[in-house]
Design a protein around this ligand. Structure first.
Ligand code: ZN
Length: 570
């Protein structure tokens, strides 16, 4: 391709609405353009990147015995009523009517359709397992579309669905998909982690999210530096921490005038923060009502509100304000404690239960208890569980290795659905004893546009995008610095021709722009390799070869340029 013919205009300024770097750079480099809120056109360079990601996905899916098909985007309301999701999905579902007043939605996902398609075709266990996928646009009416391709209303997805005879067969397919996803994101040149996405069970997880690491990622996660343990912060657990818990002491009330915070009381009583038992009161919101609950963690710990919310089975949790706390406990914030607390559910972190000689608020202004032994002194109705955040002093729950903390953007998910949809939509087969059974399903998604955006979040600098070679729109750009010099132009044209003959993905900047503008555009768009043809090429028959990712510059004899490029691209 020639830049003079390329449908591409770069921009100097970041678009005003861009909150993240991928949004800004994809617009500025001319990869995408906004049509309306959360709806984008993929321009030729952007579409090349998306197709490269799609093709890597296709190759890995096909080699795992998955078969590609294509389902309709317009889906009838009746199917969604059968699955119970027509109402559950709420306002995110884009709904429409045809001229006969029949109702439809634009697909946000395809469980309903694929289950219906498969149930009409399969007869017996001999037809299973089956693993089908498609790469297609999906729709979600986001309240506030933002972050460019990361949260848009129309987005390109690979969605796959497996149909298995039982849990064991599903586990096998799930593992295959997990490995295929690992290959896909590795081949895309991304630094990523597969994190456990549901609570509890290490190893036996029924859902993993694939997160591309980047400082600007949407979610916080932790991973082990020595093994494959990784989890979202909201689900993360850790190896047992060793504390000095003290010896059994006598429960005693002590005067702590105006000492409220953990640090103040800790210093005043000369008791380590980890032996201070911090009590917080939350307002838990349920479907029909709300109530106050309290949680106790060690003074060195932060409450993990997601873990707590799950334990309470609440829709939402908010820290109670001073007034609410005073009304419920008759105690101002700062002197709260679980001992003697009535009519409030008490959630006690499991680490707290090991303490033998701790301190906590005495439920009385300006007083604390010392000599606290939760096993002995806390109400027996306390609900013990893991309600704290993992922190930098914790170790891996699997191998005791060091934990790292990063942010990431989710680009894919593998999920065991079980019989949720096969039962609702009545998708059955005859097992080897001739008995009808519902199929067991799994689903497997990759956000193709998200993968493109996450790659930019991970790989960029102040000059622009740095594409990994596997998904770059073109691999090499040839830049003749002076188009008025016929000799320079001839060498550039010859090189361009010889690269094309060898099927190298090359683009020639044959525009009349100044060299500086050509360099800036090439860096902004993020081609992995630049070859510069200048007056030096005429003098000593060498070219300047610059690697975008490393900043490395090589002086290569003209006749060796092709070989060198092949070597780098290998
Ligand atoms: Zn580990």
């Amino acid at each position: 391709m020639r830049v003079s013919k390329l449908f591409n205009k770069t921009l100097k300024e970041d678009p005003a609405e861009a909150e993240v770097v991928s949004h800004a750079l994809l617009i500025r480099s001319g990869m995408i353009r906004k049509l309306s809120s959360g709806v984008f056109t993929y321009l030729p360079l952007g579409w090349r990147v998306l197709n490269k990601i799609s093709n890597i996905i296709r190759e890995e899916m096909n080699s795992s015995d998955c078969q590609e098909l294509m389902m309709p985007i317009i889906q009838p309301k009746e199917l969604w009523e059968q699955s119970g999701r027509w109402f559950v999905y709420g306002k995110e579902l884009i709904r429409l009517k045809d001229r006969h007043d029949r109702e439809y939605c634009l697909s946000p996902t395809h469980e309903e359709v694929i289950t219906t398609v498969v149930k009409n075709e399969i007869r017996s266990y001999k037809d299973l397992p089956l693993n089908l996928y498609q790469i297609q646009n999906k729709y979600r009416d986001e309240v506030r579309p933002r972050f460019g391709l990361i949260r848009s209303r129309e987005f390109l997805m690979k969605d796959g669905y497996s149909f298995n005879r039982d849990e064991e067969s599903l586990s096998h397919t799930y593992q295959e998909m997990y490995e295929a996803y690992t290959k896909i994101f590795t081949r895309c040149g991304l630094n990523f982690r597969a994190v456990e996405a549901d609570s509890g069970a290490i190893g036996g997880s029924s859902s993993h999210e694939f997160m591309v690491l980047a400082d600007t990622g949407e979610a916080a996660l932790t991973y082990c530096e020595s093994c494959d343990y990784a989890a979202n912060m909201e689900m993360a657990v850790h190896g047992k921490r060793n504390y000095e818990n003290g010896n059994n002491g006598k429960l005693e009330e002590v005067h702590t005038p105006n000492k409220k915070s953990i640090d103040e009381v800790s210093e005043f009583l000369n008791i380590k923060p980890e032996l201070m038992l911090k009590t917080l009161v939350y307002k838990a919101i349920f479907k029909d009502d709300e109530k106050l609950i309290c949680v106790v963690v060690r003074g060195n710990r932060e409450v993990n509100e997601i873990k707590l919310k799950n334990a309470v089975s609440a829709i939402d949790l908010n820290l109670a304000d001073n007034e609410e706390v005073l009304k419920a406990t008759n105690t101002p914030i700062g002197f709260l404690g679980p001992i003697g607390l009535i009519d409030v559910d008490i959630y006690v972190d499991e680490e707290v239960m090991e303490v033998k000689n701790g301190a906590t608020g005495a439920l009385k202004e300006d007083y604390h208890f010392i000599g606290v032994n939760p096993k002995r002194d806390f109400p027996k109705s306390s609900i013990v569980g893991d309600y704290h955040n993992v922190d930098e002093y914790d170790h891996c729950p699997k191998c005791d290795g060091k934990l790292s903390f990063k942010r990431g953007t989710e680009v894919g998910q593998v999920f065991k659905l079980g019989k949720k949809y096969s039962e609702k939509l009545d998708c059955k087969f005859l097992d080897d004893k001739g008995v009808e059974q519902h199929v067991t399903m799994g689903c497997y998604g990759i956000g193709v546009g998200r993968t493109m955006a996450a790659s930019v979040e991970q790989n960029n600098d102040d000059r622009g995008i740095i594409w990994p070679i596997a998904i770059a729109p073109y691999h090499v750009i040839i830049i003749p610095v002076n188009m008025k010099n016929g000799d320079i132009v001839n060498i550039a044209e010859d090189l361009y021709k010889s690269f094309k003959e060898e099927n190298i993905e090359v683009i020639l900047d044959d525009t009349e722009e100044r060299a500086g503008v050509k360099f800036a555009n090439a860096d902004l768009i993020g081609y992995p390799i630049k070859i510069v043809i200048g007056s030096k090429t005429l003098e000593d028959k060498t070219v300047d070869l610059k690697i975008r990712a490393t900043g490395e510059e090589l002086i290569v004899p003209l006749y060796e340029a092709l070989g060198k490029i092949k070597e780098i691209l290998l």
